[in-house]
Design a protein around this ligand. Structure first.
Ligand code: PA5
Length: 462
């Protein structure tokens, strides 16, 4: 199981001015946390609660259908191209970067055991899209278009381009190069998929984009790439079992949610830095940034009061950002909680040769990159403590499907608990919808004419 160490956020280590008395906090919030956990788990099957992502690790039918599709197309495609944005892309990017061999797309087919390369097209920069189209052989590409709403302009515009290019590249067979992952009944992509007869997978009801990584949104590309989705399910289930504990002392998601909440409320530390000491986990930070930001950044609480809450998530990478951000984190405003993700066992032990032994770098000879990385993580954590900066450390035994699934699922539950502590709805995103609607209006979508007029007036005024 992954572990959480919060000692460096405690007043005993970093002083009362910046650290919490964590044991007292756990005691005074124990009954509220217990209620929150009972409440979340009791609502998870209810329609409209947006908690059905908590059931995904148990959905054996989903796993079978995905594995069976993956088997049916095995060996047929050299490339998978995922079209999607936000929650429809970030989980896939985070997990594939973590679990595939580094530099996967650059490896020979033999080194990839015949499994395809993977590309995500989440942005809509025309140069990048054009570059992707120039580079990919569409005759050997499977396009997985993912959008829960079925209408997101970024994803659907990409899809329109790709469908057109596929048709030109492979003729009438283009449909066998498309898999759509979308709502089971509603949305434009659902209509198109049904009328065009595409293979489809479902983004289940009550599973929002940023909580969808363990639905077909993530699992389908993972299975196509030979990532062990059964171990993913096992990791989710084992973590879920432990997070059902109503006792905060044994529930790491509740602990981390409460510490972040109190650091924000009581100490004004409302910046949350996610800093894995593993390049393979680099994109977990991007995923976490969206999860934390879209879920917790809200202007109204559940009673309709104006609150404008939400800690700001920041991504960092150890050790790279020691040479970029740590100066600020040690000496700048003491307004952050920094979370390290540590890995106990890397797949590789990489020794540094005994070269230049009579120079100032001779001490490195015979050590390993592994010990250097861990020494740097320890040094950074202790230095931050010396400067009275709170840090949390999450430790994974290794970067594998089981542990990565535990990590992501734990962070999802942590987010749901934090939402309850802030007393906000962690599962909507009205602030995103507003700009999406403005885009529809600007681009001339039917039904948005009034919005377009008022928008034009606002734009002319500035
Ligand atoms: O988390 C969310 O709900 C959002 O980030 C969505 O995933 C994102 O806006 C894409 O939406 P859709 O899947 O409907 O295209």
């Amino acid at each position: 199981m992954i572990t959480l160490n919060y000692k460096n956020a405690d007043a005993n280590i970093i002083g009362k001015a910046n650290g919490l008395d964590i044991e007292s906090a756990f005691l005074s919030y124990s009954s509220q946390i217990s209620d929150i956990i009972s409440n979340i788990y009791s609502r998870k099957d209810e329609a409209g609660q947006w908690l059905k992502w908590m059931n995904l690790g148990y959905d054996s039918e989903l796993y079978s259908s995905i594995k069976s599709f993956a088997n049916s197309v095995k060996g047929k495609f050299e490339n998978i191209l995922v079209l999607g944005i936000g929650g429809s892309a970030l989980g896939g990017i985070a997990v594939t970067e973590a679990l595939l061999k580094p530099y996967w797309n650059l490896l020979s087919s033999e080194k990839r055991n015949g499994y395809p390369r993977i590309f995500f097209l989440d942005n809509i920069d025309p140069d990048t899209i054009n570059g992707m189209l120039d580079m990919l052989d569409l005759r050997k590409t499977l396009v997985n278009v993912i959008t829960k709403s079925g209408s997101t302009a970024e994803t659907m515009s990409q899809f329109m381009i790709l469908k057109d290019r596929l048709e030109k590249a492979v003729g009438s067979d283009y449909k066998s190069h498309i898999v759509a992952t979308t709502d089971k009944k509603s949305g434009i992509l659902r209509q198109i998929s049904d009328s065009e007869n595409y293979t489809t997978f479902v983004v289940p009801d009550d599973v929002g984009g940023r909580f969808s990584v363990f639905s077909a949104v993530g699992l389908l590309p993972f299975a196509l790439l030979s990532i062990d989705i059964d171990s993913i399910a096992q990791g989710i289930r084992d973590m879920d079992k432990s997070l059902q504990s109503k006792d905060i002392h044994s529930n790491i998601a509740a602990q981390n949610a409460l510490i972040h909440y109190l650091m924000d409320k009581e100490y004004g530390k409302n910046l949350s830095v996610m800093m894995p000491y593993s390049s393979r986990l680099k994109f977990v930070s991007d995923w976490y940034v969206q999860l934390w930001a879209e879920s917790l950044g809200k202007n109204k609480d559940r009673n309709g009061n104006d609150v404008n809450v939400g800690p700001t998530p920041i991504k960092a990478l150890g050790v790279t950002d020691q040479h970029s951000q740590i100066q600020l984190y040690n000496e700048g405003p003491n307004d952050k909680v920094i979370t390290f993700i540590r890995v106990k066992n890397f797949d590789t032990t990489l020794e540094i040769p005994h070269s230049f032994s009579d120079t100032g770098i001779g001490y490195l000879g015979g050590k390993t990159m592994n010990s250097l990385l861990n020494a740097e993580a320890d040094s950074t954590r202790v230095a931050l403590s010396d400067y009275s900066r709170p840090t949390i450390t999450i430790t994974l035994d290794k970067v594998d499907a089981y542990n990565v699934a535990q990590l992501l699922y734990m962070l999802e539950v942590q987010t749901a608990i934090a939402g309850e502590l802030y007393n906000i709805n962690a599962f909507n995103q009205p602030g995103v919808e507003q700009a999406k609607n403005y885009t529809y209006a600007l681009m001339g979508r039917a039904g948005y004419e009034e919005s377009a007029k008022s928008l034009q007036a606002k734009m002319a005024a500035v």
